[in-house]
Ligand binder design. Structure first.
Ligand code: URA
Length: 436
């Protein structure tokens, strides 16, 4: 294998063929090519880009770099949702059981937290006993049996993405639209799904800082997914404010359970219902969005999705008695401090980036890929923009491992809020919908 001519070709802006991109992916998984050559290739792609065709070739080669999921024929459509990640984004925890109750099969392969962005796997693993590494055959069997599985990317599924992502992370080549598209879609295509809803976030705490960048990524994903036979819609959603009122692994599970029990919070419930509604329409289960929304809301109002979440936990080794006991506790971190405001008026800002940093620094997120997470730390009872309140009102609570960490987090959390005497205008939860 000699990668040099391919690196030079991309450096000079020449297109690569399907065979050449397959050769590069084979080089990645073989482990025989030095990292500096792969890093040079990634940097060439970062600056020169890939055409839609090249992105498709790369995505398919990555999809085929490991095992794929194969499901038996079944009237229940195979669907998934993917978020580019944010702070307090626990949509998947509510959506996956809801979708199973709406008659879908959901083989959800999720990621871990990195930096200020939370990861579904870390949230799930704060549930006593629950495990997320699921072998492909186990994942398929669980989806067939209960309609849903939530696992992590294993060494045998899309290994090329795992290796390339680590290199991109270390070489400043993560924010490349063709590389992100290939990374996300190679995993989604390996799941064998027929429809996908993407939540592409933009703003201060998002991977894509501007709406234009988010639109570019959404268009790239929606187009390629469509070409590969997966009906896809992308929702562009702002990520300047955390979703819901809690951020931190266990605190988010607790909030997701409340949402499954019908207690909101409103923004979380709305986004969950929207994602479900788009999948109902994409798969032809509902003729239009308004009817789909009613069906999703009706289903969420029953006890079935909450019971499905318990079923999922039990299927993945979770201890339901310990889970219920933990849910009944007010807090599970050793120290809890309240943040009280001396102001009165309206909240105009609850900065998701600062809150993400607070949670990460409390130990709830990772600075590096291999760092160990503290499941029970974070913030909850957050006050949100648009809310009115008086002096001595609660802005939020900090859950910490030590008093010193709690004090530092309280001081930082205060800086996340701004106030005004007049009621602010709030942006819509979904800014735009992109479809092919
Ligand atoms: N999420 C992924 O899975 N891959 C990327 O490249 C970026 C976000």
């Amino acid at each position: 294998m000699n990668l040099l001519p391919l690196i030079e070709a991309k450096r000079d802006g020449q297109p690569l063929s399907a065979d050449q991109l397959r050769e590069i992916v084979a080089a990645v998984t073989s482990g025989k090519i030095p990292d500096y050559q792969l890093a040079a290739f990634l940097m060439a792609v970062f600056f020169r880009g890939l055409s839609t065709e090249e992105t498709r070739y790369l995505t398919l080669a990555m999809r085929d770099s490991g095992e794929r999921l194969h499901f038996p024929n079944d009237p229940r459509p195979l669907v998934d949702k993917h978020s580019t990640g944010g702070v307090g984004d626990k949509v998947s925890l509510v959506l996956a059981p809801l979708l199973a109750c709406l008659g879908f099969r959901v083989p959800m392969i999720s990621g871990r937290s990195l930096g200020i962005t939370g990861g579904t796997l870390d949230k799930l693993e704060s549930i006593p006993g629950l495990t997320t590494p699921l072998a492909p055959a186990q994942l398929v069997a669980q989806v067939q049996a209960i309609g849903v599985a939530m696992g992590g990317q294993t060494a045998t599924m899309v290994p090329a993405d795992k290796l390339l992502y680590a290199l991109r992370d270390a070489t400043g080549t993560v924010p490349s639209i063709p590389l992100i598209t290939a990374s996300i879609l190679s995993k989604k295509l390996a799941e064998g799904i027929s429809a996908l809803v993407m939540d592409v976030k933009f703003g201060a705490a998002a991977f894509m800082q501007t709406r234009e960048q988010a639109r570019g990524l959404a268009q790239s994903i929606v187009t390629l997914a469509g070409e590969c036979g997966v009906k896809t819609r992308a929702l562009l959603t702002p990520m300047d404010t955390p979703l819901g009122r809690a951020a931190g692994n266990w605190l988010e599970v607790k909030e997701a359970v409340r949402c499954l029990e019908g207690y909101g919070p409103d923004d979380l419930q709305e986004l969950v219902v929207d994602c479900a509604s788009h999948l109902l329409v994409l798969t032809g289960k509902q003729p239009e969005l308004a009817l789909a929304r009613t069906a999703a809301l009706r289903c969420l109002a029953t006890t079935a999705p909450r019971a499905k979440f318990d079923e999922l936990i039990a299927a993945q080794g979770g201890d339901l008695a310990a889970f219920r006991h933990k849910l009944a506790l007010d807090h599970t971190a050793p120290v809890v401090l309240e943040v009280i405001t001396p102001e009165e008026g309206f909240i105009t800002r609850c900065d998701a980036r600062i809150i993400g940093e607070v949670v990460r620094d409390l130990g709830g997120g990772r600075m590096t890929k291999d760092a160990v997470i503290q499941p029970d730390v974070g913030v909850d009872m957050l006050a949100k923009p648009g809310e009115a309140f008086g002096r001595q009102s609660l802005l939020g609570r900090v859950h910490a491992a030590t008093p010193a960490q709690a004090e530092a987090a309280v001081a930082r959390l205060r800086t996340a809020f701004s106030f005004s005497e007049t009621e602010p205008e709030l942006p819509p939860l979904i800014a735009e919908i992109i479809e092919s």
